[in-house]
Design a binder for this molecule. Structure first.
Ligand code: IPE
Ligand code: IPE
Ligand code: MG
Length: 245
């Protein structure tokens, strides 16, 4: 542990760790460009950051970690980059699954699996199966995830359920939430976006209604446990009012 890491750790109240942290992992391409490397090198380094941040988050006591890995809009990228990005979940899970099992981490997927290539779906399914009984941190991968798509699909599913006479009660916030990919998960307490962009890019629009937002200029491949501790520290200084006085 670096001095800086232990110093930041001491500043943090261990009893008020945000339960659900969501991250928009951005800036891989620019990280690579600054080094004169291909964008793929940034994505590769980004996976190393995922490894490190997942381990650290579970040790810190975060209950749910949601990572935005591929958006419904990312299909607009060149084919070679899409293919490269689609090879990463398999690689990550192949090398990291034993560690996740050991650390009692439960893997989950949010997003539409239909368009994901077969090998990705297989790797994710194995991840879900092998960690399904785990009771520690939930590691939620957002893959082919788009918030507007999620909301529209929820509306479609409710209409269909109603048509079949199977709608479980009046349409209210609780019922609507139960049709989202995130059903059963608490809303994020803290959202982190790296790379100096100040937007949500179609991520968890419903779920972020009262989330604390934290932005950093650091590119995702450079994001490390100290940055996460800084974000948690900032979070702990804030007063969440939820509309009250
Ligand atoms: C994040 O890095 C990875 C994905 C969005 C899949 P980018 O690839 O968006 O990197 P920049 O934003 O071009 O630097
Ligand atoms: C958001 O990053 C999506 C992921 C991190 C997976 P983008 O790089 O795709 O977002 P924009 O295009 O800059 O809004
Ligand atoms: Mg980007």
């Amino acid at each position: 542990m670096s001095t800086s890491e232990s110093e930041w750790r001491q500043k943090i109240d261990p009893d008020r760790i945000p339960g659900h942290v969501a991250m928009i992992m951005d800036g891989n391409g620019r990280w690579a460009k600054e080094r004169g490397l291909p964008r793929s090198a940034g994505h590769r380094q980004g996976v190393e950051t995922v490894r490190q941040i997942v381990r650290f988050s579970s040790e810190l006591g975060i209950k749910v970690l949601t990572l935005f890995a591929f958006s419904t809009e990312n299909w607009r990228r060149p084919a070679w980059e899409i293919n490269f990005l689609m090879s990463l979940p398999e690689q990550y899970l192949h090398s990291e699954l034993p560690e996740l099992v050991k650390k009692n981490v439960r893997v989950k997927l949010i997003g539409d699996p239909a368009r994901l290539p077969e090998p990705v779906r297989r790797a994710i399914d194995k991840g879900l199966r092998d960690t399904g009984g785990n009771t520690g941190m939930t590691l939620n991968f957002a893959l082919n995830y788009g918030s507007r798509m999620e909301i529209v699909q929820a509306a479609q599913a409710m209409v269909e359920a109603d048509r079949q006479g199977k709608l479980r009660g009046p349409v209210n916030e609780a019922l609507f939430t139960s049709y989202l990919y995130t059903a059963g998960l608490p809303d994020p307490d803290l959202l982190i976006r790296t790379s100096g962009e100040y937007r949500l890019s179609n991520f968890l629009l419903w779920q972020l209604a009262y989330t604390e937002l934290w932005f950093t200029d650091v590119y995702w491949p450079d994001f490390n446990p100290v940055h996460l501790l800084q974000a948690v520290y900032d979070f702990q200084q804030r007063e969440r009012r939820f509309g009250k006085v």
